[in-house]
Write a protein that binds this ligand. Structure first.
Ligand SMILES: NC(=O)c1ccc[n+]([C@@H]2O[C@H](COP(=O)([O-])OP(=O)(O)OC[C@H]3O[C@@H](n4cnc5c(N)ncnc54)[C@H](OP(=O)(O)O)[C@@H]3O)[C@@H](O)[C@H]2O)c1
Length: 287
């Protein structure tokens, strides 16, 4: 087992499914794990569970509903006020919305939660990552990105919202962001990779449209892998010496694989960065 003693890991979506199991595995490796949750009592309960199952006492938590840009800023501020290092950032929080939903920032919620929060939080913590180099960013994307499209005239699906179209776009954005950020961080010692965890039996499927739930319930029982198995490639990217220096890649089952043709479009990645910076009102950084 890799020793992560002295390393600090910040992981979002740590209160359920894949993120919870990754938190346990990373705590067992000796990392100080900072679990991000959005509900205080659930988060406290899950911190206790991670401590008990890992045998580690250095498990902390911070609260943030990542749908809110104000809360993402507050999360970054709280992290910076408390921790000097950030060795691994795992952007794992993710969800689906059966019906088109808007956030308090007036953005389509799937895009805001699954992607824009990742863009904003990572950018707000970049100096901590660079200051802790060699450091790693692990973005939990999905094979769903293969079906994703990007339309800068209607990013939030004002026309033609459909749960999987929105999910796939948010995950395509995560893969494009991974590649663009990796390019921008060349030479800093910070690597950025993304991962498809597999088809994993977690509560994300419970938010599918009502008509599809029986199919997902059956698939969870007979076809999907466990959350522990789903966490494996995240833990690998967060900790393995095999990925030292590897950056800008899309991984499945501990191996890089080719993402979609759109995900490899560098001009699209740069345009997405610029549009995202406007949507989160991020001050420009050198490209
Ligand atoms: N399951 C799969 O087959 C699969 C496949 C490919 C990719 N993924 C990706 O894997 C990641 C983890 O998903 P999962 O399957 O483990 O699902 P899950 O069990 O539903 O866990 C999702 C986590 O994200 C958190 N979250 C959701 N919305 C949030 C918000 N607005 N603010 C803060 N936290 C929020 C949830 O918090 P609460 O505990 O408070 O709900 C939970 O901790 C997601 O990015 C997902 O897209 C999953």
């Amino acid at each position: 087992m890799t020793d992560l003693g002295g390393k600090t890991v910040l992981i979002t979506g740590a209160t359920s499914g894949i993120g919870l199991k990754a938190s346990i595995a990373l705590a067992r490796m000796g990392a100080r794990v900072v679990m991000v949750g959005r509900d205080s009592s659930k988060t406290a309960q899950k911190v206790a569970e991670v401590r008990a199952q890992s045998g580690s006492a250095i498990v902390d938590s911070l609260l943030c509903d990542v749908a809110s840009q104000a809360q993402v800023h507050a999360l970054a501020d709280s992290f910076r006020a408390t921790y000097d290092r950030l060795d691994v950032l795992v952007n794992n929080a993710g969800t689906v919305f059966a019906r088109r939903t808007l956030t308090e920032d007036h953005l389509e919620a799937t895009f805001a939660v699954n992607y824009l929060s990742v863009f904003l939080l990572t950018n707000l913590l970049l100096d901590r990552l660079i200051g802790s180099a060699p450091a790693r960013v692990v973005n939990v994307a999905s094979n769903g990105h293969y079906g994703g499209t990007m339309d800068f005239n209607d990013l939030g699906f004002e026309r033609g919202y459909q749960i999987m179209r929105a999910y796939s776009r948010s995950k395509l954005a995560e893969v494009l962001f991974t590649r663009e950020l990796a390019r921008r961080l060349e030479g800093t010692g910070v690597t950025v990779n993304c991962v498809h965890p597999g088809a994993v039996a977690t509560s994300i499927w419970d938010r599918a449209p009502v008509y599809a739930r029986p199919i997902f319930a059956l698939a969870k029982r007979i076809a999907m892998i466990s959350p522990e198995a789903g966490a494996a490639t995240i833990v690998y990217l967060a900790s393995s010496p095999e990925v030292v220096g590897k950056t800008g890649l899309y991984f499945e089952k501990n191996h890089p694989k080719a993402p979609s043709r759109l995900a490899l479009d560098d001009a699209l990645a740069t345009r997405l960065w610029d549009e995202s910076a406007k949507l989160v009102e991020l001050a420009p950084r050198p490209a």
